[in-house]
Design a protein around this ligand. Structure first.
Ligand code: RB5
Length: 153
């Protein structure tokens, strides 16, 4: 069965979202489009939270968000426990976000990447595995509260 991948954007990411949704379908994924559905102005948290909730709950393994800079979407998504949303503006960043950080949400800065680059970033993120090993304990520490990290009293 095809993996279902939710994707969402605000108005700034709308055009690239449409393009990447087509690319995901061509790659054989089932796309769950959570909006926005037009270039009309919207608020990015209204899209980041529903997508992040799906990842947080385990309903889906991973998802894709887009806004102008990628920043607003990442701030909102990263407030959800277990969500690791990475802004990637180049395939190399997407690869490292998977290898080192086990990023389960890809965030694209739509105003700063071309359609072609967007597809390459997306494909790299989809296909790159987490390296585990020394990176696992660091990823585990992300969920620890401020008082639990080593050296803090
Ligand atoms: C919308 O103008 C813009 O602020 C938004 O897409 C995003 O870049 C916010 O972080």
């Amino acid at each position: 069965m095809a993996e279902r991948i939710p994707i969402a954007s605000d108005h700034a990411g709308y055009e690239l979202k449409q393009h990447l949704s087509r690319a995901l379908r061509e790659l054989g994924y089932e796309v769950e489009d959570l909006g926005t559905n037009s270039p009309a102005s919207t608020d990015y948290p209204d899209y980041a939270h529903p997508l992040a909730e799906k990842v947080e709950s385990g309903e889906v393994k991973r998802g894709v968000l887009l806004c102008g800079t990628g920043l607003g979407m990442s701030y909102a998504a990263n407030r959800h426990p277990g969500v690791r949303a990475a802004v990637a503006w180049a395939p190399e960043i997407a690869a490292l976000a998977r290898q080192h950080n086990d990023a389960n949400v890809l965030v694209l800065p739509a105003r700063f990447v071309s359609e072609e680059d967007g597809v390459q970033i997306l494909k790299t993120w989809l296909e790159t595995p987490f390296e585990g090993g020394r990176h696992q304990k660091r990823v585990d520490k992300i969920e620890a509260s401020g008082h639990e990290h080593s050296g803090d009293k």
